[in-house]
Structures are given as structure tokens and as C-alpha cells.
Design a protein around this ligand. Sequence first.
Ligand code: SAH
Length: 359
Amino acid sequence: MIQTNLLDRSPADALQALGTFFAERGEPAYRARQVLRRLWHTPAASFADITELPAALRVALGERFAMPRLALLARQRSSDGTEKFLFGLPDGQAIETVAIPDDDRVTLCISSQAGCALQCAFCATGRMGFQRNLATWEIAAQVREMRLIDDPLRVTNVVFMGMGEPLMNWRAVDVALTILNASDALGIGARHITVSTVGVLPGIVALAKRHEQFRLALSIHAPSDALRRELMPINTKYPLADVIAAARAFDRRVTFEYVMLGGVNDTAAHALELARLAKSCRAFVNLIPLHEGGAPEFRATSPRDIARFARAVRGAGVEVAIRKSRGTDIAAACGQLRVERLGRRPPRAADQHGDVQVA
Ligand code: SAH
């Protein structure tokens, strides 16, 4: 018999499957909640580890259900505390997850696809092409694994800013969001979970329909269609005006992400145009220093010029922040670990690596 993967279901569905299983065995109903707790909240590495259950029940559970792990292929720690994980999936695909500690927060940057189809000009993940969508459990398990590894991490914030476009994998992301947020699962507050997208309109509408306060970040990167099309081919399908309109219709505050590309999108005129767009939908602007490892043909805007750009945006009446560079010595961004591991391109010198994606 094929085992039911309990991690690939919402907590409510998993609870129902467990309830049926225990009822069939004449076991008390509370057993189902006991096991549910060991899926996500206080995860068990295997059914055998759920020692609060009698041994025979643990064996029976393992025959009926699965609770798979991600394979930890590599774990690297930056001098600034940022940690990067490479996880292997059952079919041999590999994905990246990055943990960014900051004071009392730990932000986990998770992947939603293996590879990516969007081909943004400056992004390392785009270069490896699209492999496949991740399953719900493969998305949520990136957080689960942080509770299971040696020296576990208590994740307080999650950003969908690893590999892939989350809103092109909405079916899996939709349930994963429930698992991340539900108090009987991972229990991370919706305001601490950010979905980052190039602006996939149907996905934004679907996210807006969720009643939880999940946050939306939009990868803008250029204030005009002509430039944005060059940097992000998806702009042909979802042009800037439509993305801005979607942001306006979104009932919660959105963030614009804007990666600073030297000599490309970083002039004073760009700053004013960007501010105008942000104002039109009351967005907050996050300026991202380019991580050059992912983009050999681009150069980063200098820190001084980023600060100047930020002042221009702020001067136009828009809230703006400059994202901190993190994990520079471990290439902690955008598919770089996987690219290095799989040997698509030669590893670059550590000092050429830039920042990590932090909300
Ligand atoms: N596909 C989604 C989420 C993954 S990318 C999206 O595009 O929003 C997360 C963020 O990292 C995006 O804003 C993306 O544009 C940015 N990014 C990609 N490559 C980068 C690089 N080399 N340096 C800095 N930021 C980069």
C-alpha cells in the first residue's frame, strides 16, 4: 500500500487522516492530535521517535503514513552568522534555504521551485532553468528541518525569496502557507511571512483572497516597461502598470524590491519614477545591493550611490530601506550554492559575493 505523506497536507487534513487511522484501531481520539504535534510543531525525525506512543502503534503508523525528511547536502556558516543549506529532494533535485539571524529574529529564505523559468537577467537561479515545482511538503519542510538539525534554529520570519517564483506554484504554496502559519503546525505569524513575486497577477489575486495577513513583496527592479522588459522577460506577460494596479488592489501594504544595477537603473530620474510608482500604491521601497555572483555582466551600484538613490526616493515622500548585505563569504543568494555544487559555472572568489535576500 502507498503510504500517505502526512506532511503534504494541511494540518486539518492530516488530523482527519490520523483520526480515521486511530479510530480504526480503537485508539482514543487524542492520539491524532499527539501525532499532529510531532509533524510540525515539535517535529519528530521519524515515527519511531514519537516515543509518547506505544511501540506497536509507531510501527503501524509507519506502515500507513510517511513523514519524509529533506536530505541535508551542505550547511555553510558565514562569519556574520548567516547560514546556507543545500537540501536534496527525493528525485535528486537540490534546493537552497538561507537562515539570516538578526537580533532576536531568524529569517528563513525558502525556495518554492527547483530552478526558475523566469530568466531575470541578474539572477543565478534563472540561469539554471526550470526543473520543477516543489510539493507543499518540500516547501514547508525547509522550516521543519530547522527544528530537527543539530544546533536547531527557531525561525521567526519566512520569506519566499529563495529559488523559484512562488506564485507560479500557487497550489503548493497555498497549502504551505497554511502549514507555516497554523498554530497546530509551524505557528509563524502571517505578518512574518512574505511572498515575493515578479508580479504573477492571478497569484496575487489568490494571495489577496487569503484572510491571513501574509505580506506581499513585488520585484519591480525598473520603473519603465522598456527597461523592465530587458531585465525581466516576464514583463511582457505582466507589464508594470498591471503589477502596480494589483498592488493597489491588494488590501495590505506591499513592498517594492529594487535591485541596484550600476549604470542601468540607478539614476536620479529612475529614483523619481520609482517613487511615483510606489506612491501610487502606497508601497514601501526596499533597495537591494546587487549580489554580483549571480550576475557577471552587471555591476553593483556603490554604497554611496545607493544611499543617494534612497535619499531621492525618500525626498519624494516614499518610505525606503536599504537591505543589509549578509552572507557575503558564502555566496548566500539566489541559487549560487546549487550552481557551485552542480558545477554549472566555476565558483567565484568569496569577495565577489554580495548580499543575501532579507525582508
Ligand atoms: N521569484 C520571486 C522570488 C525569488 S527572488 C521574485 O522574483 O520576487 C527574490 C528576490 O531576489 C527578487 O527580488 C530577485 O529579483 C532578487 N534577486 C535575484 N537575483 C539577485 C541578485 N543577483 N542580487 C540581488 N538580488 C537578486
